[in-house]
Design a protein around this ligand. Structure first.
Ligand SMILES: [Zn+2]
Length: 265
């Protein structure tokens, strides 16, 4: 399974292999002030190998090293099936979108919950490790279809009004739950379920400290509403793979901010 997960993480970035060259070209184009001639998009590999060769001229070698930036591998945030798909009100998926590879997650839950297969083993491991450390978690909600999102949103609008309902992660077509990559987690006891007060429980604190190690990020942090448009949701975690999760966690940024910054270089 570890190999399979690794393969998926690789896939996440491999899907944008074409973009890598394009990004490399942009990055390299920005270094035109260097003594090297302008490079075509096909040349980064050649440049990399050339700079690794011994050179009789330390000056030329240093110049080559300076002009050979590490290609910025930007994750694929646009393909619907990408583990890094950025979804929000500005970047929705079609109403008809159903992720490929949905399966039932065999974890503590009050209902049958489906998730993208890539997220299941990491979730099971995370919940098992939490339990071993005295934290009993429950999966409250995983994959939700577009139709279910419509129903949920209508319920929330009727109950709280449109403005308040818009702050929930229930937007049809714009919810991570439709990607099959989001999990709402809570205390096995149901205490403070889907409420901000969940954050005061050890389960929430454990997740904040550890979820990223399993490839899950806190998607709607307390300070992130101005960017994400979604209220602080200490129960909502997004699977994105361990590599990207570690980077985003370390950055302290929201997913929107992190990838905007990465794209901007
Ligand atoms: Zn959620």
């Amino acid at each position: 399974m570890a190999d399979s997960l690794r393969a998926k993480v690789i896939l996440c970035t491999a899907l944008v292999a074409a973009n890598v060259l394009a990004v490399s070209y942009v990055v390299l184009s920005r270094t035109k002030a260097s003594p090297l001639p302008e490079l075509s998009s096909a040349e980064p590999a050649a440049l990399a190998s050339a700079s690794a060769e011994p050179s009789a001229s330390p000056t030329a070698s240093a110049a080559a090293a300076t002009a050979a930036p590490t290609p910025a591998v930007t994750a694929d945030t646009v393909s619907d099936d990408s583990l890094c798909r950025l979804i929000n009100a500005d970047h929705p998926v079609d109403a008809s979108y159903v992720p490929s590879g949905l399966a039932e997650a065999d974890v503590t839950s009050d209902h049958v919950q489906m998730l993208r297969t890539e997220a299941i083993a990491p979730l099971q491991q995370m919940m098992a490790d939490a339990k071993a450390q005295g934290v009993s978690l429950k999966l409250i909600s995983g994959y939700r279809s577009y139709t279910l999102q419509v129903s949920l949103q209508n319920t929330y609008i009727a109950r709280y009004g449109r403005k308040e309902a818009d702050r929930f992660d229930d937007h049809p077509g714009a919810s991570e739950h439709q990607l099959g990559l989001a999990v709402d987690l809570g205390n096995a006891s149901s205490a403070c379920e889907l409420q901000e007060c969940f954050s005061s429980y050890p389960a929430s604190q454990w997740l904040e400290e550890n979820a990223w190690k399993y490839g899950f990020i806190l998607r709607y942090p307390e300070s992130g509403e101005a960017v994400t448009g979604i209220r602080y949701s200490p129960w909502h975690y997004r699977y994105i793979g361990t590599e990207e999760a570690a980077k985003i966690h370390d950055s302290g940024l929201t997913m929107e901010e992190y990838y905007a910054a990465e794209t901007a270089g």
